[in-house]
Design a protein around this ligand. Structure first.
Ligand SMILES: [Fe+2]
Ligand SMILES: [Fe+2]
Length: 376
């Protein structure tokens, strides 16, 4: 950077030769050009290239500061799996009642609000990491998360296609239960859309530690969710799917924690306060899939939650592995306790989560939809 910065304000090589023959360009008959003797060294030395206005993905470089991240990236390639190879022939619509099929489709549609946003969320984060000239393993790890999330999205897509063609929304409901499912999914994606708008702003607005803390919370939630469901499901396709996704999510969590260990020392109090708020925002966002959405934040009609419970019960009875309300709460509480231990190590206060009897700083008044960083 130092040399190119010194060139700022100077005339560039491109301007100098515009319309002229470019230095080194061969003309017909000059077939011998390209030998060492043809090298041109301008009087007064080479002209420094102009500084590249930042943020920009250029200049290219491959700096490695955290070997552990480079190793995780290499491992992620060895652990690759293909959702198309799951034993899909074993997932047959005829093995379920209509209500159970609808319940499973509904659950995957709810999951898709999170996991199917993963590829776009991490693709944007990957570009951001390039523009910020994060070290090479950070960019590569983000790319690998993008890759994995695309597989998780494919699992939602294939499960729904097998059991409820046209789902999540491109089908016509014909019973009250079906109308309730279709309508709830519509409201859910309305909220997903709000959070996506917020995320687009958050990527440029928040510092990397704030973003990574939200990512870390999402990965902790995801690894906990899939571990719980892998142990709860009675279906071989879902069992293999949840185990594989759970393993990916644990790797994502490892990536986020490794990055945060680099970023956390030296955080200002201001950033620490923002992180405390983000942790509460993460709880609000992720509770929709881990447990139940807290009151007064998700923009939902009053009948959403009772209908959501009926549909979730059908998914549960189908053997999908959806934990009971109490087990979900316990599972979520365990995941949050782990996050709490990690962030408190760095002197960051934890937000109060009265819904799960977790004490902490009351930040509930300072959270807007724009603050939510959606991630899974
Ligand atoms: Fe995922
Ligand atoms: Fe993930």
């Amino acid at each position: 950077m130092a040399e190119s910065e010194s060139a700022a304000g100077q005339q560039t090589a491109g301007q100098q030769t515009a319309g002229q023959q470019t230095a080194g360009q061969q003309t017909a008959g000059q077939q011998s050009a390209g030998r060492e003797a043809d090298l041109i060294v301008p009087d007064g030395g080479f002209w420094p290239a102009p500084a590249i206005p930042q943020p920009n993905i250029y200049p290219m470089e491959w700096r490695v500061e955290t070997e552990k991240l480079a190793a995780i990236y290499q491992k992620s390639k060895l652990m690759a799996w293909n959702p198309a190879d799951l034993p899909w022939d074993g997932l047959r619509a005829g093995d379920f009642t209509v209500e159970q099929r609808l319940g499973i489709m509904y659950w995957f549609s709810v999951l898709a609000n999170f996991d199917a946003s993963g590829p776009a969320v991490f693709a944007r984060a990957t570009i951001h990491a390039f523009e910020q000239h994060e070290e090479d393993p950070v960019r590569k790890c983000f790319f690998s998360i993008t890759r994995d999330e695309m597989n998780h999205e494919e699992c939602c897509q294939r499960s729904i296609a097998a059991l409820w063609p046209g789902g999540p929304l491109d089908w016509t409901p014909s019973t009250d239960l079906e109308r309730a499912a279709h309508n709830n999914i519509g409201w859910l994606y309305h909220n997903g859309g709000r959070y996506w708008s917020g995320y687009n702003k958050a990527v440029g607005k928040y510092s990397l530690p704030v973003l990574f803390t939200s990512f870390m919370m999402g990965e902790m939630a995801a690894s906990t969710l899939f571990r719980g469901m892998a142990s709860g499901t009675t279906h071989p396709v879902f069992s293999e799917m949840f185990q594989r996704i759970g393993r990916d999510e644990s790797r994502h969590l490892q990536i986020c924690i490794t990055i945060l260990e680099n970023e956390w020392p030296g955080l200002t109090d201001d950033v620490k306060t923002t992180i405390t708020r983000q942790l509460r925002a993460g709880f609000i966002f992720l509770s929709m899939i881990l447990w139940e959405p807290p009151e007064g934040f998700w923009d939902l009609p009053p009948y959403f939650l009772p209908n959501h419970r009926v549909l979730m019960n059908h998914a549960r009875e189908a053997g999908l592995g959806v934990l009971s309300y109490a087990d979900q709460a316990e599972n979520w509480k365990t995941a949050i306790a782990k996050i709490r231990v990690i962030v408190q190590r760095w002197g960051i206060e934890f937000p109060a989560i009265p819904e799960l009897d977790i004490e902490g700083v009351d930040v509930s008044a300072d959270i807007n939809p724009e603050d939510i960083i959606p991630v899974f």
